[in-house]
Design a protein around this ligand. Structure first.
Ligand SMILES: [Fe+2]
Ligand SMILES: [Fe+2]
Length: 190
């Protein structure tokens, strides 16, 4: 029995296991987004703490940690396989979608900054970015869960075990990367 591919109950773990678990956490952020949309529409103000937390979640968890494993490990490994035209097309599409999610989060940050500087019109930008993220992630996740993760069939059991180990190593470095960035941003303050 290879420890890296067995979970607590001794169930054989596949590399999609951690990715799907992360999808479930990202999904839990969607009601937070929609409740902020409702709040902003009603009160015409932004809860800067919640928006800041949401931005950090999408940047550090959904993008760097989750899309990071997909792009730097799963997609990179797929690039070594002779993919069907359909799988090659969907892989490229998913990469585009990751870039799109990054740009929407950047727009959200920019609108939040304008709000901080007193630009009342920035509320519309915050609202539209929150609504876009709330619409984007469930569709992206469904595409991967239901229509893409069968691509694991391209990999042998040994290759899947190696990928799981790479995922773990990737996750281990995230907390250090995150707090190095936190300190760098604090050092940049006057
Ligand atoms: Fe993805
Ligand atoms: Fe994903």
């Amino acid at each position: 029995m290879h420890l890296s591919r067995r979970g607590l109950q001794g169930i054989v773990m596949k590399p999609i296991g951690p990715l799907m678990r992360e999808h479930r956490l990202i999904e839990r952020c969607i009601p937070v987004l929609t409740s902020q949309v409702r709040r902003i529409r009603k009160e015409k103000t932004i809860d800067l703490f919640i928006i800041g937390t949401v931005v950090d979640f999408f940047r550090t968890y959904a993008d760097r940690t989750h899309h990071g494993k997909e792009e730097e490990i799963l997609f990179r490994s797929l690039a070594t396989k002779a993919l069907s035209p359909e799988h090659a097309r969907v892989t490229a599409e998913l990469m585009d979608e990751h870039r799109y999610a990054r740009s929407v989060t950047r727009d959200l940050v920019a609108a939040k900054e304008r709000y901080l500087q007193g630009d009342a019109a920035s509320l519309a930008g915050v609202l539209s970015s929150l609504e876009t993220l709330a619409g984007f992630y469930p569709k992206h996740i469904e595409k991967e869960d239901r229509h893409f993760f069968s691509i694991l069939d391209y990999f042998t059991r040994q290759e899947q075990d190696a990928m799981l180990a790479e995922f773990s190593a990737f996750d281990r470095k995230m907390i250090h990367e995150k707090y190095a960035k936190v300190i760098e941003s604090l050092e940049g303050l006057p």
